[in-house]
Design a protein around this ligand. Structure first.
Ligand SMILES: Nc1ncnc2c1ncn2[C@@H]1O[C@H](COP(=O)(O)OP(=O)(O)OP(=O)(O)O)[C@@H](O)[C@H]1O
Ligand SMILES: [Zn+2]
Length: 387
């Protein structure tokens, strides 16, 4: 595969690097990389790899662009809100570097389609945002013998590593069991800064290029931790490949893809509504709450920052962490014992945890507002801010 004069000019600033050269540029051109997720990490990964001249990029995402994506998913734009993320990235790349072939897959990557998609590419980048997809991708990459460049970002921190590279560990070697679902936070719950996803996505792109160029020092068997708040990078050594790993071990139990949502403890009915742990008499609809006209207390368990964004009339803020740690003002606690208490949060998950805690640990009878403030906006007041 030769380079055209145009390609020589376009990539000249990287071709002259000692570690790349014409040979390296030709390797990049001959490579194909699959990027799973066209969001916070997928955007910087796509632009870096397209700019660097990877011959073929596959982009998978089932989702459409929302306004809440635009602070960090910088290849998408206001005019594309409501439209497909993968098409948006394809358009961006067509403008940036028309020599790159882009294959879009507007689907949810799952156990049925993963192997047939992954097999077409040399390398896979995990730019997704959920544990089930991480295990799915890991197992599919082990079964198809592909290296997986994995990244994650939340709040002001991020992590990155390369799995299944030259006999190194896979994700399951490090994390044989998924974390309890209630302990997992995503960007929608915990927040994230766009500069963080930018850093981690760029680090992933760098490892992709190093793997393709067969660089000596690929970040496999090690985990890079980045803390944006203190601007510190740390690398920790990971354990070696596990001989008894369920998927990459000597006698693997997993020889074909499984049901990853079940494996990660996400029951089918939980996917949209999240938690569902309360009895029906501990819950009220937002309409019932709106019609309740007796004296009561409304406790909003979102963070102080979120409470500042918007709040219902007379709501009192006790962030969920404080409430679960019983850090409630004594006078307020006494008042809560005497009055009817309702609890609200953004989407009706934390409010259930709060109600359970209040009832079981503090003997305070309370009810949660089903669907939280999202439901309030959708059914009671469409002008109430939604985020
Ligand atoms: N199994 C999957 N198949 C296809 N796309 C996936 C899969 N899992 C996650 N994704 C995509 O990965 C992307 C991850 O992006 P990001 O972490 O920035 O979150 P988001 O869903 O865009 O935003 P937010 O969490 O703020 O709503 C999303 O666009 C999501 O649709
Ligand atoms: Zn393994």
């Amino acid at each position: 595969m030769e380079l055209t004069n145009r390609e020589i000019a376009r990539y000249s600033r990287q071709i002259i690097l000692p570690g790349i050269g014409v040979k390296g540029q030709k390797r990049l051109k001959a490579s194909s990389v699959l990027i799973v997720g066209a969001g916070g990490l997928g955007c910087p990964v796509s632009s870096n790899l397209a700019g660097a001249g990877i011959g073929t990029l596959g982009i998978i995402d089932y989702d459409n662009i929302e306004i809440t994506n635009l602070h960090r998913q910088l290849l998408h734009s206001e005019s594309s809100i409501g439209k497909s993320k993968v098409e948006s990235i394809k358009n961006f790349i067509a403008n940036l570097n028309s020599d790159v072939k882009v294959q879009t897959h507007q689907v949810l990557l799952n156990s049925k389609n993963a192997l047939e998609i992954i097999t077409k590419y040399d390398l896979v980048v995990d730019a997704s945002d959920n544990v089930a997809t991480r295990y799915l991708l890991n197992d599919a990459c082990v079964l198809e013998n592909k290296t997986l460049i994995s990244g994650s970002a939340l709040q002001m921190e991020g992590q990155m590593t390369v799995y299944n590279y030259k006999n190194g560990p896979c994700y399951r070697c490090i994390f044989p069991k998924p974390p309890p679902p209630e302990t997992v936070q995503n960007c929608g719950d915990g927040g994230v800064l766009g500069a963080i996803t930018g850093v981690i996505g760029s680090l992933q792109s760098m490892e992709v290029i190093k793997v393709i160029l067969d660089h000596d020092d690929v970040l496999a068997g090690k985990l890079l931790l980045y803390d944006g708040a203190s601007c510190s990078f740390r690398t920790i050594k990971l354990r070696n490949k596990r001989q008894d790993c369920d998927v990459c071990g000597v006698t693997p139990n997993i020889t074909k893809l499984i049901d990853y949502e079940q494996f990660c403890g996400m029951a089918a009915s939980d996917k949209d509504s999240g938690l569902n742990i309360l009895e029906s008499n501990e819950r009220v609809t937002v309409e019932d709450y709106r019609n309740y006209n007796k004296d009561h207390l409304l406790i909003d368990v979102r963070s102080a920052n979120e409470f500042e964004i918007c709040k219902l009339n007379n709501a009192i803020n006790i962030p969920i962490k404080r409430l679960l740690a019983d850090k409630i003002d004594n006078d307020l606690k006494e008042e809560m014992k005497e009055k009817s208490v309702f609890v609200v949060c953004r989407r009706g998950n934390d409010s259930q945890l709060a109600v359970r805690h209040l009832n079981e640990k503090l003997g305070i009878r309370s009810k949660d507002l089903i669907g939280g403030l999202h439901s309030w906006t959708h059914t009671i007041d469409k002008d109430f801010p939604i985020y």
